[in-house]
Design a protein around this ligand. Structure first.
Ligand code: SAM
Length: 242
């Protein structure tokens, strides 16, 4: 009998511990889900991000997965964060704005220059047919690949190299996004953009740029400025020197 009671108590403890673990996990998830919702409302909707597909993607994408452990508490901070190697994950608002300006649909093949943490890549991948992303720092590219694999995002091709030279195949893209500052739109990327395609790129001097939205028409390029911005440098043949 005494032995039976011990077994019962032990089972009860195991059950209680399992409940506590499930509750902790639920709290953990809820904590980030609540922060994510607050970010979408307070940082995006309030600043004229209105595309429902972009808002949905940003409400669902777990930004905390792309953030170095030491900054986890700031995963939904309203600004860029360091991801090492002197590089940054962009401010959520800038990710949303660039994505909204691209007007992506499920038929689009998108070229991204500057994979960084892979957060913008993941947002693009949820909206597009396929994303082709180039990063010059191999460790960042590898880490981003790991996170996207973990999230079961499979429509992305990764490449390590100088993205200012374009994708190294005779291929044209519906959309191009550069997530680093260029002195001007790199010529190989103009060539790889389809007629009717859209490119979003920060253009300007090293410390202050304008976010250009460029449409390629049969008559040439049409450009407008979405906002002022500040990105790290695009380093490469058609960008800045290191
Ligand atoms: N969108 C990214 C994210 O969500 O994490 C942030 C990208 S970060 C602001 C810019 C990235 O561009 C850096 O990772 C940097 O190494 C990369 N980069 C700079 N010049 C490049 C080039 N020529 N080709 C490819 N990547 C480049």
């Amino acid at each position: 009998m005494v032995h039976d009671n011990l077994v019962k108590i032990d089972l009860q403890n195991t059950f209680n511990n399992a409940i506590i673990i499930v509750m902790q996990q639920a709290n953990e998830k809820d904590k980030f889900a609540a922060e994510r919702r607050a970010m979408v409302k307070g940082q995006l909707k309030s600043r004229n991000i209105i595309d429902p597909a972009v808002l949905k993607a940003m409400t669902e994408m777990p930004r905390e997965k792309f953030i170095p452990a030491e900054y986890l508490g700031e995963a939904y901070y309203d600004g860029p964060l360091s991801i090492g190697f002197g590089q940054t994950i962009s401010q959520p608002y800038i990710v949303a704005l660039m994505t909204q300006e691209l007007k992506i649909d499920k038929n689009c093949e998108v070229l991204e220059i500057g994979t960084g943490s892979g957060y913008q890549t993941a947002i693009l991948a949820t909206l597009a047919k396929e994303v082709f992303t180039i990063e010059r720092i191999e460790s960042l590219s590898r880490k981003a690949q790991q996170v996207l694999t973990e999230l079961n995002i499979t429509n992305v091709k990764f490449l390590v190299g100088d993205g200012s030279c374009g994708w190294p195949e005779d291929k044209k893209f519906d959309r191009i996004i550069i997530t680093a500052a260029a002195p001007e739109m790199p010529t190989p990327l103009v060539e790889q953009l389809k007629i009717g395609g859209i490119a979003v790129v920060p253009l300007g001097a090293e410390y202050i740029q304008k976010l250009a939205v460029i449409e390629k028409t049969a008559d040439g390029l049409k450009s407008k400025t979405a906002c002022g911005c500040r990105f790290v440098k695009l380093i490469g043949k058609f960008g800045y020197a290191e």
